[in-house]
Design a protein. Structure first.
Length: 584
């Protein structure tokens, strides 16, 4: 038979269960989206798609607008990579709607940046201006340095579009330089942002380009800014490499070194043709335009005509009217739907408020009724328990009197035995404690000897000069730098002796085999990473030694594997160790 307490627990369980299921679904969807976003950061798009497909099965169970906003934002990023701009914009607008519902305004800035970049690619200044107005409102709410930097970067891009449409108006270049300088000032004065803003190289590059075109700055200043762009650029970022080469070509063009400029522009075109992931189609127009000018200067009118035709082909590809019309309609549809949803939301909120009040009233009445029923049941139960207890007490009292006399006699005898047992156990305990203390002292002595031996071994490794079998002075200096990095920066002291011993086994033949296998000229930093992988260093230890993010270590491993033409099924560290053992 169900008691009132059990019925109460069942009732509470039905009230709490839906909330628990929603909370579990929110956490599961969030973890799945984070995994998809992480795969995108590692350029593993196929695995990211698997996580997004799994997330699509959980969306219907989630009611949290912040989690839903994160889901649609990640989908928009994926479709952006797939070059499906219509679908990407649709997902971004859904993400904005959910983030505004949850008042997660800080998460709107990256989405606005992605939309603005799309309009920047199309040179659509009207749409870009609308996005900027939204970013200004968002920045005023947050008053956050990172959000302000996003706004400065997009403002610079907006004026760059205006400049591209009217290149005679050099005032636009001054505006670009102004906003890029504000961005760079915040970037250079906030050290903690420098590890988060991976796009700073782009802003340095645009600043260098604008300084070059304004013709108000000397070449050294432009070159200094360009060097900063190269410093912050990711070596694996082909887009940045393309843009930097274009600027170098423009510098050569302004210096009338047309031969060098033509070579740089053609190299950039070749790089674009090999690069399948590029989406900046407008760069083809600039490159073919410059090559046409150079051909005309060289009196090669046939070649100039060829480049002009190529320029026209890429112009038609960029201004695909039907495709871009869909994006514009999506934007307008989003604005209209947003207003309608706001009205519906207000009506639903009013209805929900009334329903909630009704539920609260019913729940209150239920609690009051439950309180009085419980009190009546408890009072009745207490009365019955009192009567039963009184009867049991009278019966047991007589039995206790009889046992009391018997226990008094037994107690006298037990006191005698207890005194004897206390003396016996005290003597036994003292003897056992002496044996235990003696054993602990022996263990402490052995442990101190081991600690002293380990400390002497570690001091010997760190105190000795770097000893190696490498003959070539250059290779020897590279290996010594790795030795010093391990000695100074590695936090895990237990692994230092292992790495030192492995480093001493590196031979001159390792570098010769590595150079023979490497596709191109291998740099010093690549040699250092190869040494670290060859001696079996963990990725986290390499990250600590080189003061870089763990993600950068994985990226470098991937690039070196590609340059050395090593199959994915082969253990990369084992492959490098074999280079040290095998003969050339």
């Amino acid at each position: 038979m169900l008691t009132f307490r059990r019925l109460s627990l069942i009732y509470l369980g039905f009230m709490i269960l839906p909330t628990f299921i929603w909370a579990t679904s929110d956490a599961l969807l969030t973890r799945t989206i984070v995994s998809a976003d992480s795969c995108m950061g590692q350029f593993n798009w196929d695995r990211s798609k698997l996580f997004l497909d799994s997330a699509s099965l959980l969306v219907k169970q989630v009611k949290n607008p912040a989690v839903l906003g994160f889901y649609y934002q990640t989908l928009g990023n994926y479709y952006t990579w797939e070059k499906n701009e219509s679908e990407a914009h649709k997902k971004y607008y859904q993400a904005i709607d959910y983030y505004e519902q949850s008042e997660e305004y800080a998460k709107l800035s990256p989405i606005f940046c992605n939309l603005a970049y799309s309009y920047y690619q199309k040179q659509d200044t009207d749409r870009l201006e609308k996005i900027i107005s939204k970013m200004i409102i968002n920045a005023s709410k947050l008053k956050n340095v990172s959000t302000d930097m996003d706004l400065y970067g997009i403002m610079a891009s907006y004026y760059h579009c205006l400049y591209e449409k009217s290149k005679k108006n050099t005032g636009y270049l001054d505006s670009i330089i102004h906003y890029e300088n504000k961005y760079i000032t915040d970037f250079e004065t906030n050290i903690h942002l420098q590890s988060q803003r991976s796009d700073a190289a782009f802003n340095y590059m645009i600043l260098a380009f604008s300084m070059l075109k304004s013709q108000k700055y000397d070449p050294d200043s432009v070159g200094y800014t360009l060097e900063k762009a190269k410093r912050w650029a990711n070596p694996a970022d082909t887009a940045m490499t393309v843009n930097l080469r274009c600027i170098e070509g423009e510098i050569a063009f302004d210096k009338k070194d047309f031969k060098k400029a033509e070579a740089l522009f053609k190299q950039t075109l070749a790089l674009l043709d090999r690069w399948e992931a590029h989406d900046n189609l407008s760069i083809y127009i600039d490159l073919y335009g410059r090559l046409s000018e150079i051909a005309e200067i060289n009196k090669d009118f046939r070649q100039a005509l060829h480049f002009e035709r190529e320029k026209a082909v890429w112009s038609n590809k960029i201004h695909d009217a039907e495709k871009y019309k869909t994006i514009v309609e999506l934007n307008e549809k989003y604005e209209a739907e947003k207003k309608d949803k706001r009205i519906i939301r207000l009506e639903n909120d009013l209805f929900k408020e009334r329903i909630n009040r009704l539920y609260l009233g019913l729940a209150g009445l239920g609690l009051i009724a439950s309180f009085f029923i419980i009190r009546w049941l408890l009072s009745r139960k207490n009365a019955m328990d009192s009567e039963l207890l009184l009867a049991q007490t009278e019966k047991s009292e007589a039995e206790l009197q009889a046992r009391l006399k018997e226990e008094m006699l037994k107690k006298t005898e037990l006191d005698k035995y207890e005194s004897l047992l206390d003396n016996h156990f005290k003597n036994k305990t003292l003897s056992e404690m002496d044996d235990t203390l003696k054993g602990l002292r022996n263990e402490q002595h052995e442990l101190n000897k081991k600690i002293q031996s380990y400390q002497e071994k570690l001091n010997r490794y760190e105190g000795e000069n770097f000893v190696t079998a490498i003959e070539d002075p250059y290779f020897q200096s590279i290996a010594k730098e790795v030795n010093d990095l391990i000695r100074k920066r590695l936090k895990n002291v237990d692994k230092k002796p292992v790495y030192f011993e492995a480093l001493q086994k590196i031979k001159n033949q390792f570098f010769l085999n590595l150079q023979e296998r490497y596709q191109g000229k291998i740099s010093g930093i690549n040699l250092k990473y190869c040494i670290c992988f060859a001696i079996g260093m963990d990725a986290q230890d390499i990250s600590d030694c080189f003061c870089v993010e763990l993600r950068s270590v994985h990226t470098m491993r991937h690039r070196l594997r590609s340059k050395l033409n090593v199959d994915k099924t082969i253990d990369f560290n084992l492959f490098l160790r074999k280079l040290n053992d095998s003969m050339k």
